[in-house]
Design a protein around this ligand. Structure first.
Ligand code: TYD
Length: 141
């Protein structure tokens, strides 16, 4: 059987405190384990809405709450889903391929920055839960 996919990991980013305002940064390869080929962000989320609800075959993503807070619910298909609260602009979550995820519990004015390892490609999405569970070697549930 092939190696299990890498686990999701919280990564603390550099923070340069300054009386004029703090500064943080991300360097591909140094702070996150992939090269960034795309950046997008989610904002103006109405109360109670969720985003995501799928996995990717090959895509790595890194999530940061630039403002406000939200929960990233991640599921490798092999255990219970994990709820990760993001509410600091200097802490992000690496979500490797073959991880089912959704975002929920957005605060007012939350801004979610996502760095991605590839350009957008619809064929990389896994939207069918049973197909995802088959690929992750888990029994359908
Ligand atoms: P989708 O990935 O389904 O959003 P969510 O964050 O909720 O998972 O994307 C929603 C729509 O936006 C879909 O039509 C594809 C399009 N899209 C792009 O064109 N480029 C992108 O980089 C992303 C992330 C989405």
């Amino acid at each position: 059987m092939s190696e299990p996919p890498a686990a999701c990991r919280l990564i603390e980013l550099p923070k340069i405190p300054d009386a004029r305002g703090n500064l943080s940064f991300i360097e591909s390869g140094n702070h996150i384990p992939f090269e960034v080929r795309r950046t997008y962000w989610i904002y103006d989320v109405p109360g109670g809405q969720t985003r995501g609800g799928h996995a990717y075959r090959t895509l790595h993503e890194f999530f940061v709450a630039l403002s406000g807070s939200f929960d990233v619910v991640v599921d490798s298909g092999r255990g219970e889903p994990e709820h990760v609260v993001l509410n600091r602009s200097y802490v992000g979550l690496h979500v490797p391929p073959l991880t089912w995820r959704h975002l929920e519990n957005f605060s007012t004015n939350a801004v979610c920055l996502i760095l991605a390892s590839e350009h957008h490609a619809d064929e990389d999405y896994l939207r069918d839960r049973d197909e995802f569970l088959a690929l992750t070697g888990s029994p359908p549930r």
